[in-house]
Ligand binder design. Structure first.
Ligand code: FES
Ligand code: FES
Length: 149
């Protein structure tokens, strides 16, 4: 059994604590915005926040997330109001296939919480998520828009 707090809700989940957090989020809790890409902490598709820190959930045992505040893409908007990052994503029409974008938005949201006005180098250093559609230029532009909003 693992006790997790996801998007402000408590869940007691009957699962082996070594199960990757990603599978618990998707399969036990049913929040499918968080994606599986590589499974080896390389692509960032599975990024969630753990106490506000961007974390690749495919490679984290669910038991290690117990007692921490987990936020998924579904928990980012508050009271139906999209965040500045989400609004900038829409304004720039960033997603193409969309598969990587939830993880991208989570990584960017954590970056802006830590560094509200990131430089291009800050972005390059922090946002290592992989997008097979090649949306990187739009991602960068949307980050600057969100930072200046
Ligand atoms: S699925 Fe987790 S980093 Fe790729
Ligand atoms: S939008 Fe298709 S993989 Fe990034």
């Amino acid at each position: 059994m693992v006790a997790l707090t996801i998007n402000g809700k408590s869940h007691n989940i009957d699962v082996d604590p070594t199960t990757p957090l990603l599978w618990v989020i998707r399969e036990q809790v049913g929040l499918t915005g968080t994606k599986y890409g590589c499974g080896i902490a390389q692509c960032g598709a599975c990024t969630v926040h753990l106490d506000g820190v961007a974390t690749r959930s495919c490679s984290l045992p669910a038991g290690d997330a117990a007692g921490k505040k987990i936020t998924t893409i579904e928990g980012l908007a508050q009271d139906g109001k999209l965040t500045k990052v989400q609004q900038a994503w829409i304004a720039h029409d960033v997603p193409q296939c969309g598969f990587c974008q939830c993880g991208m938005v989570m990584a960017v949201s954590a970056l802006l919480a830590e560094k509200p006005k990131p430089t291009d180098k800050d972005i390059d250093d922090a946002i290592t998520n992989i997008c097979r559609c090649g949306t990187f230029q739009e991602v960068r532009a949307a980050i600057h828009t969100a930072a200046n909003a």
